[in-house]
Design a protein around this ligand. Structure first.
Ligand code: SAM
Length: 628
């Protein structure tokens, strides 16, 4: 009986051991995973050792540590890692029990990030982690090209893109002697040989984005002149340009009559030493100078170490600090508030003066004297030497130019008080430029007829009061002098060879250049070159106006009500060219008080001998003509 009781006691004890181990296992597992353990019985004592681990709440718990993987129960997923020194297999998971000393082996930030990515149940950073490791086939990620070829499934799309170019018949195969052309239908099966790489497609995609209209495939500006690499280089420079002027600062500029007028045609425009961009950084913030001073104190005279820490930058600041230390000045944040050195201030002032003087020359230029504007794109600061197309074309850079507000040739905008942008003191108004809220600091501006959506004048079309003149345009309400009536819109026509648009002497169209480089470009030639460019005898339109030296607008096919304004040598409205965001646009304005229901007349210009009604495309030339 006693023997039986002893036996049952031992059985009870064994049962309790197993039961408590199961309980512990279940409680630990339920904390980290809801999936039930697959093994119904714990591994034998030979296959595993039981260790004590500390849980986050500080209590001690026991866990199995298997001696060999082969003795473990089968799992549903392939386990690729070896279990840690204290771990437990629960079905398809390994529950890792970290030793207390590894409890905080990742930062709180990392833990939050991992929890956000994997879900909070994973509980990263505590002493329990659940590793769920699916088995993936090995992936070859060795880069063969910085931009690998597109997967095969995209190839048809690229073929389509190259055929689009082929329709224009302007593409030349890279290899002349290959005898292949994109037009050859027979060679289509060999197209994949000519499939452009991902990088070239990406470049053409970016090139097609018009940064003036902020649209793809813009019909007016053709391809973007921005270069991706240049943009990246300039973005780096932005970070360094602590001394760069803000638009508001530029708007506050004062003119200095002692300064000689710079011009792109003389050397004074080319960067002088004072303004050359310095690749070395100068610390301007107090905090940075204090950090550098401390670094100097730590590194002493070890310039190599200092250079390694700062990456070779700030050497001029460090040299200045050196001088300060020699003078026995104690470097404190307070001392550094007075550190704004005179030469930095002088640099900024000189730059302001220089831009101000350039403004005087350029803002006064008539729209018709300007060239076709394309935002400039070059890695160095705007100058003739840097091949800036704006400087070369005698234009002022805009916010779309690659140097943006850090440009040295930037239009600074105005800073007029409330509602005074339609008066003489507004530099934008005087220069026939519409104010741009991104650039100007003016308040309640009214100098934005073409860009604002404010209510336009009510105009109507009716039979002209002039005999045989067809239809004419009339006003419903009385008009005051200077009232804006509408914009003259139509198709844009290039009035002289387009290579002039590049502004840097290149004799190839930018779009052709891309095509010659083998970069696919969609046909976006919507500018009506056929009307002028290339034809010995320029065609003419009675609905045309010159916009710039290179560009005309023609409303013969497309336009608005304004196209119905008839001619008179005693006009009551006029067309004024306005620079709007770098582009030239044409606005129609009242020249005097005009009563309601009156017909509107404009002077077409001296080149328009007037006879009888009968529109013919060759009868009237475009105002002022092109080069031809
Ligand atoms: C810009 S359109 C003006 C709208 C035009 N009346 C219509 O009905 O479409 C210019 C053309 O109008 C006609 N036109 C304009 N002013 C005229 C005038 N004072 N006398 C006769 N014809 C005129 C000419 O035929 C000219 O080519």
């Amino acid at each position: 009986m006693a023997k039986k009781r002893r036996l049952s006691n031992r059985q009870d004890k064994d049962k309790n051991d197993v039961g408590s181990a199961r309980k512990k296992s279940a409680s630990t597992s339920s904390r980290v995973s809801k999936s039930p353990p697959l093994s119904l019985s714990p591994p034998s004592k030979e296959a595993a050792t039981i260790t004590t681990v500390k849980t986050p709440d500080g209590s001690l718990k026991r866990a199995f540590t298997p001696k060999s993987l082969s003795s473990l129960p089968p799992t549903t997923e392939k386990i690729l890692t070896k279990p840690g020194p204290s771990s437990q297999i629960t079905g398809d998971e390994i529950v890792m029990h970290h030793q207390p000393k590894h409890e905080l082996n990742i930062t709180e930030k990392q833990r939050l990030f991992l929890n956000a990515v994997t879900g909070p149940r994973k509980n990263f950073g505590t002493n329990h982690e659940t590793l769920r490791i699916p088995s993936f086939p090995p992936i070859d990620i060795t880069p063969k090209d910085p931009y690998p070829m597109l997967p095969q499934k995209y190839v048809p799309m690229i073929k389509f893109s190259t055929r689009m170019v082929a329709r224009n018949e302007r593409i030349v195969p890279k290899s002349e002697d290959s005898g292949k052309t994109f037009n050859d239908e027979e060679n289509n099966h060999e197209m994949s040989d000519l499939t452009p790489s991902y990088s070239s497609v990406a470049v053409s995609f970016l090139k097609l984005f018009c940064n003036q209209c902020n649209t793809f495939d813009c019909p007016l500006h053709s391809i973007s002149s921005k270069d991706v690499a240049v943009e990246a280089a300039v973005a780096l420079e932005y970070d360094k340009s602590e001394e760069a002027l803000t638009y508001t600062e530029l708007a506050e500029m004062e003119t200095d009559s002692s300064y000689t007028l710079p011009s792109p045609d003389n050397d004074s425009f080319i960067e002088d030493d004072n303004f050359s961009s310095n690749t070395e950084e100068t610390a301007t913030s107090v905090e940075m100078k204090v950090i550098l001073a401390r670094m100097k104190m730590i590194c002493g005279d070890d310039t190599q170490l200092l250079s390694a820490i700062t990456g070779g930058r700030y050497s001029s600041t460090l040299a200045t600090l050196d001088e300060e230390q020699k003078d026995g000045k104690f470097i404190t944040p307070l001392a550094h508030t007075a550190f704004k050195s005179e030469h930095l201030k002088q640099d900024k002032l000189n730059r302001k003066r220089r831009i101000s003087k350039r403004m005087e020359t350029l803002v006064g230029m008539k729209a018709i004297e300007r060239s076709f504007f394309r935002p400039c794109s070059h890695p160095d600061r705007c100058s003739r030497a840097a091949n800036c197309s704006c400087v070369a074309g005698n234009l002022i850079c805009t916010k779309q130019c690659i140097w943006g507000k850090f440009g040295d040739n930037l239009y600074p905008g105005c800073k007029c008080p409330k509602s005074s942008c339609t008066m003489e003191q507004c530099r934008c108004f005087m220069a026939n430029r519409e104010c741009d809220p991104d650039v100007c600091g003016c308040k309640c501006c009214k100098n934005n007829n073409m860009t604002s959506s404010k209510k336009k004048r009510q105009l109507f079309i009716s039979k002209s009061t002039v005999a045989n003149a067809g239809l004419g345009l009339f006003t419903k309400s009385p008009l005051a002098k200077g009232d804006f009536l509408g914009e003259y819109i139509g198709e844009y026509i290039l009035t002289r060879p387009v290579n002039s648009l590049l502004g840097n002497g290149e004799d190839v169209r930018a779009q052709d250049k891309l095509v010659n480089e083998g970069i696919p470009v969609a046909p976006i030639d919507c500018i009506r070159e056929d009307l002028h460019y290339g034809s010995s005898q320029p065609k003419e339109s009675p609905y045309g106006f010159d916009m710039t030296k290179d560009l005309a607008v023609d409303a013969i096919n497309i336009g608005n009500k304004v196209r119905y304004i008839n001619y008179s040598d005693n006009p009551n409205v006029e067309a004024i060219h306005y620079a709007v965001n770098g582009e030239t646009r044409l606005g129609i304005y009242a020249m005097c008080k005009i009563p309601a229901q009156a017909e509107l007349f404009i002077d077409y210009g001296p080149k328009y001998p007037y006879t009888t009604y009968g529109i013919s495309a060759t009868k009237y030339s475009i105002q002022n003509g092109g080069e031809n």
